[in-house]
Design a protein around this ligand. Sequence first.
Ligand code: SF4
Ligand code: SF4
Length: 285
Amino acid sequence: MTAHVPLHALDTLWFQVAGTLCNIACTHCFISCAPANHSHEMLSLAEVEARLEEARALGVREYYFTGGEPFMNRDMLAILEATLRQGPATVLTNGMLLRPELCRRLRELFDASDYSLDIRVSLDGFDAASHDAIRGAGVWDKVMTGLRNLAAVGLNPVITVTTAAEGVETEAGRTRFLDIIRGFGFTKPRLKVLSLFRIGAEESRTRAYDEWERIARESLTDDEAETLQCSSCRMVTSKGVYVCPILIEEPEARMGETLAETLRPFPLKYGACHTCWVDGVTCRT
Ligand code: SF4
Ligand code: SF4
């Protein structure tokens, strides 16, 4: 029998705000986002507002926006403005579209809200060669420009690095990344290291999950369930609400059309669940 994770409380709500559309196609992307991947479409302001209203009633505490590349969504600033009226927001971006005008608008939203606005920018190497080997030629230079633009308006991003970046799991590797961040003038560098999931493009880059890589338990204690982000999150996409930000290409991980329909336990039967379990992964900052 497969262990089920209960939903203890819906604290964190994710939005697949750019669908599976991205301006690049990283070789490790666990949902294979790309310029022409329309598996999930972008969310409109109205679609986000409908779930925000539901989330308010359910006591959701924080909101995350991802894709794909969120800033490809033309409604993104309006979506953030609406979200920041009711809670803290975090945007996960590859940093390529952080132009001066966008950064200025983000700073305005940051200043106008009682809640925090965090921008999370991905890096996958210490330099152009290592980063672009995963993210594509010329991406590093654009991200560096984006980080300079964020620094110019005084927004301190969280830098997210996956374990595809060689050495990031060592102290020396972390220090090297922190030094890169400090180089932009951010005196309080923030770094988040994320595990890789062997699904989507990453499955081709390295390998798929083996059969044994499953949570070999029939049940979880409350404390164990709490270590899994799916005990306190859901993910809104254009095709409905999914259990978590990772399994949006698993048809059975779609739990309903509305948040109210997803307030129930979920079976942890996927290889990706094993990574969450073993590595203690949370996609939250
Ligand atoms: S990892 Fe992020 S930036 Fe790269 S293709 Fe996927 S969504 Fe786009
Ligand atoms: S992939 Fe991780 S977050 Fe998603 S259902 Fe499995 S354990 Fe939960």
